[in-house]
Design a protein around this ligand. Structure first.
Ligand SMILES: [Zn+2]
Ligand SMILES: [Zn+2]
Length: 158
């Protein structure tokens, strides 16, 4: 029983769940190994704990919902900002800055891990191995959660 050495990046293997308090909607975070504790803001009892870092996330750790999606843990706007900065400096750097940020953007995109997000409560599960049965964000599933079983105006046949 030995875990294979994974020393490519020696960053601490910690996982966490970020979710909103059901009452006051404060953003709460629980790391794996941390006991469940009430909301820091309104003291509402919460039994949410983060599963251990090796867990495959199959249901939301915050609400138990089974429909989840994954997405890059990277704000796309940061990437766009990088490209804009590169473009601004392009005339002075013989466009090397543009090339630089393009590479940087690509590298960030490759290095950044996926996070698993709950369709129902938007809880974010960070630092877990990918679950092959999950799919990227799907607007149709998202709308079903926001608007109910059927999209507005759609008549479901019997
Ligand atoms: Zn609260
Ligand atoms: Zn959830």
């Amino acid at each position: 029983m030995s875990t294979p050495p994974r020393t490519a990046t020696s960053s601490a293997r910690s996982s966490s769940v970020h979710f909103l308090c059901l009452r006051c909607e404060t953003r709460l975070a629980r790391s794996s190994g941390e006991p469940a504790s009430p909301c820091e803001s309104c003291d509402l009892a919460s039994s949410v704990t983060a599963p251990s870092p090796e867990s495959i996330i199959e249901r939301c750790a915050a609400c138990g919902h089974e429909e989840l999606y994954f997405q890059k843990d990277f704000n796309r706007r940061t990437g766009i900002a990088l490209v804009v900065i590169g473009a601004i400096f392009a005339p002075w750097t013989y466009f090397l800055s543009l090339l630089g940020v393009t590479i940087l953007d690509y590298v960030i995109w490759r290095v950044v891990k996926d996070v698993i997000v709950c369709y129902d409560c938007q809880a974010v599960h960070r630092g877990y191995p990918p679950n092959p049965s999950l799919k990227p964000f799907d607007l149709v599933i998202h709308d079903r959660h926001v608007y109910g079983a059927a999209p507005p105006g759609a008549e479901e046949g019997h």
